[in-house]
Design a protein around this ligand. Structure first.
Ligand code: ATP
Length: 340
């Protein structure tokens, strides 16, 4: 009789993958361990360092972060303009790493729409607002002239600039140009709209109008919207703000209405699948945490302590002593201080 075959490592990995639901399996926008390295004159810049992001269909999400944190790199990848070095990037079921040139063209024409900060990048100066909106439809083909004109009219109406249809960009205000740009981005009924600082060149009141227009298309057309912004007024009005730091997702702020109708914002650190999280810089600076910290699993939280000069836990922080038996190791496992 032959002996039962020992399971190979690949079988065990496949089995483990079968049992665990795939990360972001149902997400509309998915970045899994996304890496983008730029190489210029022998110098490497790691703009995205294993970024994870999951956005559901129909969400309106703001992406915030300091200059150089990787926001534009992320948006360039999602818009199909740039190819990441490694990882997974998927939008509306399209794998952005394995697209052919033809797929990429179709993706950029039909699956995503974008709005850039510079109004001049969004609209052609010698076309009217209506002609600008019709242009992507003409390039994609498939619609009759009358249909294109009707759709352009509907979109300009939805964006509140129907009365500007016959004007060229130079004859419109900055806010009107950006609202027209949103209509252009929506021309081919994309599933996702990406906007990079769409209110960056506008004053407060006008930027509120443009943001309100983005919110309206998100709500009324159900299009998923991802907006990179420095504008606290924009970031403060979306349900979810994702903070990026050093090329990784570091925090999320969720906003919800409380029982008395007030909007409550709760900020969370993002825990990635490898168990990594970024502690806020002001927290680590306040407790002079550098390089090593001590961790302890408590019943309902994990304590983090700076390593003090003597190497004993709890040196600089007020609060409970870290639990656990191993003073040197400091991480107590479940069943010691934890529940299970
Ligand atoms: N084409 C490029 N070649 C080399 N390095 C680049 C390139 N584009 C971006 N970088 C670098 O990658 C990092 C992330 O840049 P990115 O533009 O994505 O940041 P950002 O958060 O959008 O910044 P900002 O808010 O200033 O636009 C930075 O260190 C930047 O210098």
């Amino acid at each position: 009789m032959s002996r039962p075959r020992e399971p190979a490592l690949a079988d065990l990995e496949a089995e483990a993958a079968r049992r665990r639901p795939a990360f972001g399996r149902d997400a509309h926008v998915l970045c899994d361990n996304l890496v983008r390295i730029y190489k210029t004159e022998g110098v490497e810049v790691v703009a995205l360092q294993g970024l994870d992001l999951v956005i559901d269909a129909g969400e309106l999400v703001a992406i915030v972060g300091a200059s150089g944190s990787g926001k534009s790199t992320l948006l360039n990848v999602l818009s199909g303009l740039d190819v990441p070095t490694a990882g997974v990037a998927r939008v509306a079921g399209v794998d952005l790493l394995s697209m052919t040139a033809r797929d990429r063209l179709r993706y950029r024409r039909e699956v995503v729409g974008f709005v850039w900060q510079q109004t001049t990048r969004n609209l052609l100066p010698y076309l009217t607002a209506a002609e600008n909106v019709e242009l992507p439809m003409r390039l994609a083909g498939g619609r009759r002239r009358r249909d294109r004109a009707a759709r352009a009219g509907e979109l300009l109406e939805l964006l509140g600039v129907a009365d500007r249809a016959r004007l060229r960009p130079g004859e419109m205000s900055g806010g009107e140009q950006q609202r027209t740009a949103i209509a252009v981005a929506l021309a081919n009924a994309p599933k996702v709209i990406l906007a990079d600082e769409p209110t960056g060149e506008l004053d407060g009141e006008t930027s509120e109008e443009v943001f309100a227009a983005l919110r309206r298309v998100n709500r009324e057309l159900g299009v998923t919207a991802v907006i990179v912004t420095h504008d606290p007024a924009v970031a403060g009005q979306v349900d979810r703000t994702v903070g990026i730091r050093d090329g990784r997702t570091s925090s999320e702020t969720l906003r919800r209405a409380s029982s008395d109708g007030r909007i409550v914002a709760e900020e969370y650190a993002v825990l990635d699948r490898a168990g990594r999280l970024q502690l806020p810089r002001d927290f680590t600076a306040a407790l002079r945490m550098e390089r090593r910290v001590r961790l302890a699993l408590e019943r309902d939280h994990i304590g983090v302590w700076p390593q003090d000069a003597e190497g004993e836990p709890g040196g600089a922080a007020d609060g409970p002593e870290p639990g656990g038996e191993e003073r040197g190791g400091a991480v107590s496992g479940p069943g010691r201080t934890g529940d299970g």
